[in-house]
Design a protein around this ligand. Structure first.
Ligand SMILES: [Fe+2]
Length: 336
């Protein structure tokens, strides 16, 4: 691993300053290389000096806490269950993220929203109804939409920067991924409220899974519990580090790189601190019509590793179909 990463927690922490300063080509390439190594060796890394304002992050956490503190009947005004889509509020223990591995429901409630909403006439609406419904956002707190929009705007900038570095690390043109995100990406924002442990036998509050899209940018509070599966099968904690986001790769990057970059399994362990945990996962997904299969990669910045592709993924992937199949699995009670 290059000197540009540090490992204070056993997972690389990468400083993105040089991606924001385009005048410094040498440092830019050093960072790009560190990202490529982290993608190949971990499928996970932290980023610091990422350019996202602290205010925008705190505002979203504060607003979410107020929403989740409302009585159930108020939150359920925007519930996804009973609608044709997966956006909106889902109640405690109604999602089973680990559905491919076990049927333990997640120890959390949450809210899903899309970053880019499709216009009513868009052809994908009929083709992929589950992942194209219009957002169901809370009426209270009253500024919810503005706060979420501000977050989306900044995270999109960060995501595009990381994807541009990723593409260059793979020896592709820097717009390779970005072009798959216009005019409408399928980027989804997952906002979660985890409940603390009650000493029940299952100590996991979000079951093991890989993410579905291209990359995920996670904002976690200071409670902790995220764990990633190392190559030896052991769980490695990914504790909160102030001022950072956690980045992980989704299944589509694993497919594009034919298994060399990893969509790494991860889970969240219940907190024994007695405190509730809040997190926001920004799932960067390409256009729903994107057809994804392994690329012929000739000149990666660092050599690829030969690895088997996840056998649960049938090729080629039509991203909209793949995403719908995943949400049908994670929401067993919903009538999709
Ligand atoms: Fe995840």
């Amino acid at each position: 691993m290059s000197n540009d990463s540090n490992f204070e927690v056993g997972i690389p922490v990468i400083d993105l300053s040089s991606l924001l300063d385009l005048n410094n080509h040498n440092d830019f390439m050093k960072t790009t290389k560190s990202i490529a190594e982290a993608c190949r060796d971990y499928g996970f890394f932290y980023v610091k000096n990422h350019g996202v304002s602290e205010n925008v992050q705190n505002n979203l956490f504060d607003t979410l806490k107020k929403f989740f503190a409302l009585p159930s009947h108020v939150k359920e005004k925007i519930k996804s269950q009973g609608t044709p889509g997966m956006v909106g509020y889902f109640r405690f223990q109604s999602e089973t993220t680990a559905f491919l591995v076990n049927d333990n429901a997640d120890w959390r409630e949450g809210l899903y929203a899309f970053g880019d909403e499709l216009p009513y006439s868009h052809a994908s609406k009929e083709k992929f109804p589950l992942v194209t419904q219009n957002n169901l956002l809370p009426e209270e707190p009253a500024n919810f939409k503005d706060v979420l929009d501000a977050y989306h705007k900044e995270l999109k900038v960060l995501g595009f920067k990381i994807m541009s570095a990723l593409a260059q690390g793979m020896g592709l043109k820097k717009e390779f991924f970005a072009e798959k995100f216009v005019p409408y990406s399928s980027t989804t924002i997952g906002m979660y409220h985890y409940f603390p442990s009650t000493n029940q036998p299952n100590e996991i509050c979000c079951g093991e899974h890989t993410d579905y899209g291209v990359l995920t940018i996670l904002m976690q509070d200071d409670v902790g519990g995220l764990e990633i599966r190392g190559e030896d099968g052991k769980w490695i904690p990914a504790p909160p580090i102030p001022g950072t986001f956690v980045i992980n790769l989704g299944d589509m990057l694993e497919v594009w790189t034919n298994g060399s970059y990893k969509a790494t399994m991860h889970q969240v362990r219940k907190s024994k601190s007695g405190r509730d945990r809040f997190s926001v996962a920004y799932f960067f997904g390409p256009q729903l019509e994107s057809v994804v299969s392994p690329l012929e990669i000739k000149n990666p910045l660092i050599p690829f590793k030969e690895r088997e592709l996840n056998s649960n993924i049938k090729l080629p992937v039509v991203f909209g179909e793949f995403l719908e199949q995943k949400y049908r699995g994670t929401f067993p009670e919903h009538d999709y």
